[in-house]
Design a binder for this molecule. Structure first.
Ligand code: ADP
Length: 398
């Protein structure tokens, strides 16, 4: 059975052609560029070669020229199979190098198979082709070679620019979608939350003790959803948040109380002791942002701490800043992961989302909020020994 060498730098192109030819009983060898193709052809028997034109290391034109100049290879049929064909001159040039055929991608599978079969049959009766260009034609060859390759590169550049513009448009669409979806999701959830509260408080009619508990569970889960959506909005629509930003003096103790309310039920569910300190600190910033940052840290502490553990918040004043440390007795974080976890969507364990919930956004947001408030975040952790995230914020001027 004939052996065909396919030369292309794109694995998907190689794969398609290889499947077609192997499916029709041919043996197939592959190479990613001209130089590899020559190495394969000089070490294995090849009956026909199909080559792309634009490839790194050695392009198809140079390959064809070397192929035809090599006594051992020159009788082997050579097909160009290229997607970047735009000009008849390219085809003429390719054939002038000694190629037998110039096919434009994507060609019909049957057409390729016929061409291959015809060339393999004709090979048997064909005299070895001479090397096409003599020394005197070298300069003309080089000129034409440069012209065609530059032309093809220009095409490629245009393709890339087009693809780039499409990607940019898609990126904008994705941002719009994320922004709209997160805002749209928040509105009905807020309504549901209101009703769950109304029913659970028995203000709209009598309810049983069990129903009160069930409403509390609805509210806790809604809180979690809203928290996730707030994290999404923080990244998807920072402008909207900036427009709504209200910077003022904030007693840190009010943040503790709100976070205790929001994170308490989940901690209780996991039998985790959640402890907040007495606070004296006053900082300057946006209340809902700082709340979100602290909640993200405490929520992570509860999330990554096994049942029965502890999440302890402590506060200290150092110079003109308050250090709010959220320490947990949880799974801890490897040293090499400690920088990466502040990146958007990064999670140490990719199965985390299903196991613990979350989107890998929380810490990216904490870092951004700390930065906006003129502060920073620090981390000390070791696997199996828990983690301490410290939020450092400048104190408000007295
Ligand atoms: P997520 O929504 O996944 O919690 P984060 O940005 O808040 O996203 O955290 C990113 C990753 O950092 C987490 O998925 C987890 O792997 C790790 N991580 C964050 N906080 C802790 C913690 N207290 N203990 C252990 N690992 C943590």
């Amino acid at each position: 059975m004939a052996t065909i060498l396919i030369v292309d730098d794109k694995t998907e192109n190689l794969y398609l052609l290889q499947s077609l030819l192997q499916g029709h009983g041919y043996e197939v060898k592959t190479a990613a560029n001209g130089r590899e193709a020559l190495e394969v052809a000089r070490s294995t028997r090849i009956d026909l070669v199909i080559a792309d034109i634009l490839m790194p290391v050695m392009d198809g034109f140079t390959l064809c020229r070397e192929w035809r100049a090599d006594e051992a290879l020159r009788a082997i049929p050579f097909i160009f199979y290229t997607a970047t064909y735009t000009d008849e001159k390219d085809e003429r040039f390719a054939l002038s190098l000694g190629a037998d055929l110039f096919l434009v991608k994507p060609a019909e599978p049957n057409f390729i198979l016929h061409a291959v079969r015809d060339l393999l049959e004709s090979k048997a009766i064909r005299p070895a082709a001479p090397a096409p260009e003599e020394a005197g034609r070298e300069q003309a060859f080089l000129q034409e070679y440069n012209r065609v390759l530059i032309h093809k590169l220009e095409d490629k550049l245009q393709d890339l620019e087009r693809a780039n513009a499409e990607l940019r448009a898609l990126d904008i669409m994705k941002d719009n979608l994320l922004r709209n979806v997160s805002h749209e999701l928040r509105t009905p959830l807020t309504v549901i939350q209101g009703y769950a509260e109304l029913i659970g408080s028995a203000r709209s009619g009598p309810v049983t003790e069990k129903q009160i508990q069930q409403c509390a569970s609805i509210r806790n889960n809604l809180d979690r959803l809203l928290h996730m959506i707030n994290n999404l909005i923080f990244l998807a629509d920072p402008d909207a948040l900036d427009r709504n930003r209200r910077v003022g003096r904030i007693a840190v103790g009010t943040l503790y109380a709100a976070v205790a309310d929001a994170a308490g039920p989940k901690a209780t569910e996991k039998e985790i002791t959640l402890a907040f300190p007495e606070s004296t600190a006053v900082v300057e910033g946006d209340h809902s942002e700082l709340l979100q940052a602290l909640y993200n840290l405490v929520d992570n502490g509860v999330k990554f701490t096994p049942k029965g553990g502890r999440v302890t918040i402590t506060e200290s004043i150092v110079g003109d800043a308050v250090r709010i440390a959220v320490r947990d007795s949880g799974i801890g974080i490897e040293a090499e992961e400690q920088m990466r976890i502040f990146e958007r969507f990064y999670q140490v364990d990719p199965s985390t989302t299903r196991r613990y919930g979350g989107l890998g956004l929380g810490l990216a947001i904490v870092r951004e909020i700390a930065r906006k408030a003129g502060g920073r975040i620090e981390l000390a952790s070791a696997p199996g020994q828990g983690s301490t995230f410290t939020l450092i914020l400048p104190l408000a001027a007295a």
